[in-house]
Ligand binder design. Sequence first.
Ligand code: NIG
Ligand code: FE
Length: 426
Amino acid sequence: MKHPDLLLFHGQLLSPPAAAVALGPDVSLSSIPDGAIVGHRGKIVDLGPTAEVLERTTPGPNTRMIDAQGRVVLPGWVDPHTHMLYADDRLDEMELRHQGKGYLEILAAGGGILKSMRDFRAAADGVLAESLLERLKEAVQSGTVALEVKSGYGLSLEEEMRALRVIDRIAKATGVPITPTLMAAHALPPEVDRQAYLKECDLAATQAAKAGLAKAADVFVEEGVFTPEEGRRLLTHARQAGLTMRLHADELAPSGGAELAAELGAASADHLTAATAAGLLQMAEAAVSAVVLPGTSFFLHRQPLDAERVRRAGLIAALATDCNPGSSPFRSMAMMVALAFHQNRFTVAEAITMATINAAHVLGEAATLGSLTVGKRCSLLVLSSHDVRDLVYRPGAQMTWAVVESGRVLIWQGRPTEEVEAWTIS
Ligand code: NIG
Ligand code: FE
């Protein structure tokens, strides 16, 4: 390399360690108060104090120079749990809940996920792709540089495969790393025999894995949705098909989801607001990550998962938006960091660790993402602030100055670049 592609200097570099960490008293971010990062061919090739890096680097005429002027520089956010592919909102349901109706009550009456199923089935591929793209842009604006997107509103073999194809299309159109997850087992579609649908989910797992359209499979294990026995059966099949196992577990009531995740050795169990202490401990012992979803507890007005419970269990915990039309319409990981601090009582360092390296770990991408480390993707978030605590001090404020994804500048001075504006679904 004669001249690097990118040189960011005078940044306040803050990074979690290069590998995932269990939460506990030692969680902290390493800091280089006046630091520089050299990017080449999409990767970080050097970093250190600005003076030292400048001495050993020769920028050329095509090197993108970024003077961060003392701003905070973090690894970009990784969002490891989203249902960002959906057709329409659920504003009416939000009001019903405000009047006292329960989330599962609305689902049982044919609303909730089933309303989203009807919307999804009625939407053309292009409409779905367009709306996913818009949400993805908003996520990038908050600093997201990689994310997971689940299927789960098609609820038939055909429609779930269609969902995965739309996700693939957007991954290719944007180049943003998207980990696709099959979530055919999101709800039981109406007028379909239960056993027949479980078989259809198995078939979807086999086909999705074979086509390379899904990396993981997820099951909503919850009273009134799928039982732990059904979850065990579906996920065992998915694993045999070559998919990673994920679970929506113990969101509304303790239903054995955390324990099942531990037994199966799943990559993660997510939600966990109603998980038992024993279930959380078993997860930690089995090295199953916990994905905390503060947007969902906020939006459903439920008790958030307390940080102390996560620390006590010694869990590798990650943060995600859970972006979906019913329980968490958030797209911003910056907002999740703020909610994790205020509502769950995680520290700033913990919340950032959860939204970066631990989130990358959940997606099996800790070797390529989630920290400022030579050899990883050059995927960075430069805050508009000089104090990282501003992230939680001003929830909802526009805090992004620049976003770099694998060396590509996607947000510059708070605005999407031409490259982002040119993303089309063709
Ligand atoms: O993670 N809990 C199940 N799935 C989603 C909600 C999906 C929906 O309501 O559309 C969740 O909260
Ligand atoms: Fe979810």
